[in-house]
Design a protein. Structure first.
Length: 479
């Protein structure tokens, strides 16, 4: 059943009931008012009727001017024992009209009785005689005109109420149909949107009406759905690229290992030097593939939100160890560390060491030999900041957002990565995000790239960091 029909079924009976109650109330009020007037008239006629019945006024009963009350009024006088003393219908002409009296009369009570002689109904009252003689007086007044008025009112009410009901039902149907038309258009548009185009929006969509607020809510939901589908498509695209790149990276060492294995199989009598070379190359490719698999496994665990270790990590010690490791790899490089204050964060010591190691390795690999590298540890508000600054070719602005994507390389001359897998900066971004931090890259003044890592400070470092002046310590190497 449609909403339009349900609303009509719910509203129409309520209106009809209300109209019927109004009609009944009007009919009852008019009837009560008219009968009250008749009752008052009967009580006012008690004395004159009694005197006429006793023949003490107006020249006796039935005279030409003996009925100063409604035409065909009936009066009867009884003695205390119930014997009829006198009865008469007061009319300007001869008539047989009279009420049909019940077998027992009740004193001091108004009642309705049927009539004869052309009168259908009487209003009757029975009470003690006015003169105090102990007799009983009955006065009955015709009420056919009142009943006719009430019948006409009833017919009029039925006709008007029926017409009004039909008009109101039709008007309600049209109004409900018109009011629900935006909902129908909205539903049709929503079906089209879901089926083909999530970029469309429904109308109306505003805060002024209930339908508009529904449209606004639908548009908000559609925007979220569009964003979710777009994100899913982007994730699927990234996943396809990731799988493709991972397959490519894994295929290279596997192909190399397969080649050396086939060489050993085809030439079992090769000299010892060549055999050791093949064995060494197979071992190197195995290690390379093992590192790549470990990196992929780490990224997968971070993507799943697996918790890292939560211990106090001394960033100053991490910075100095990263500088020391870089000195071992490139002893001829000028590498400088500047620490403004000993800072502590809560996190995974091994993974944060991996972050600094990857950033330092990235700077060593992608900058000219002999160019300086600087690493700074400082604070910004409630965060610890680590800047790894190089003075190489830098990162093009259009690549700054994508440089942390998996297997992404900036340019061809950097693509070889000198044995790297292209996952180093991806691991940096994932580990920093798992520590609720941020990582980004910006140009170094004068040329180069500055990688900035921001991590939330631990509580004790927050208490120690304040308006006190920074203490700068430098560690440098120039071999």
């Amino acid at each position: 059943m449609s909403l339009r029909l349900r609303l009509l079924i719910a509203l129409a009976p309520l209106f009809i009931i209300g109209l019927a109650v109004a009609d009944i109330a009007t009919y009852s009020a008019l009837r009560s008012s008219l009968l009250s007037g008749v009752d008052t008239q009967i009580q006012a006629s008690m004395g004159p009727v009694e005197r006429l019945l006793e023949g003490s006024a107006f020249g006796g009963p039935g005279g030409p001017d003996t009925n100063p009350f409604p035409q065909d009024t009936y009066g009867a006088l009884y003695d205390p024992s119930g014997r009829l003393l006198s009865a008469h219908t007061f009319s300007f002409y001869a008539t047989s009209a009279r009420p049909m009296l019940p077998s027992a009369l009740t004193l001091n009570k108004f009642s309705d009785v049927s009539g004869t002689g052309g009168i259908n109904s009487y209003r009757m009252y029975v009470g003690p005689a006015v003169d105090g003689s102990g007799n009983v007086l009955l006065v009955a007044v015709p009420v056919d005109s009142i009943n006719a008025t009430l019948n006409n009112l009833l017919l009029l009410e039925l006709g008007i109420s029926g017409a009004i009901t039909v008009i109101v039902v039709l008007a309600t149907w049209l109004l409900v149909r018109r009011g629900l038309r935006p909902l129908e258009r909205m539903a049709s548009t929503a079906r089209t949107i879901v089926a083909s185009d999530l970029g469309r929006r429904v109308e109306p969509s505003s805060e002024t009406t209930e339908v508009g607020r529904l449209g606004l809510a639908l548009n908000t939901m559609l925007s979220q759905l569009e964003a979710a589908f777009s994100e899913r498509q982007r994730n699927e695209q990234r996943l396809r690229h990731f799988i493709s790149d991972a397959s490519h990276e894994l295929r290279t060492p596997l192909t190399s290992m397969q080649g050396y294995a086939e060489l050993l199989q085809r030439a079992p009598d090769m000299d010892r030097g060549d055999m050791l070379l093949a064995m060494r190359r197979m071992e190197e490719e195995t290690k390379r593939m093992s590192v790549l698999v470990d990196d992929l496994l780490l990224l997968a665990r971070l993507d799943q939100g697996r918790p890292l270790e939560r211990t106090s990590v001394d960033l100053e010690a991490l910075v100095r160890d990263a500088v020391a490791d870089a000195h071992v790899i490139a002893p001829d490089r000028p590498i400088t560390a500047r620490v403004s204050a000993p800072l502590v964060v809560t996190g995974d010591d091994m993974r944060l060491r991996q972050v600094l190691g990857n950033l330092m390795r990235n700077a060593l690999v992608h900058t000219p030999a002999g160019s300086p590298i600087e690493i700074e540890l400082l604070t910004e508000g409630d965060r610890a900041v680590i800047d790894v600054i190089d003075h190489g070719p830098g990162v093009p602005p259009e690549q700054a957002e994508r440089i942390f994507e998996r297997f992404h390389r900036v340019e061809v001359d950097r693509a070889g990565d000198r044995g790297g897998s292209g996952l180093g900066l991806s691991i940096v971004a994932a580990v920093v995000a798992a520590h609720h931090g941020k990582v980004g890259v910006a140009p170094t003044p004068g040329g180069g790239a500055t990688f900035r890592v921001q991590l939330p400070l631990a509580a004790k470092s927050l208490a120690a960091v304040g308006p006190a002046p920074a203490i700068v310590a430098e560690t440098s190497s120039n071999s």
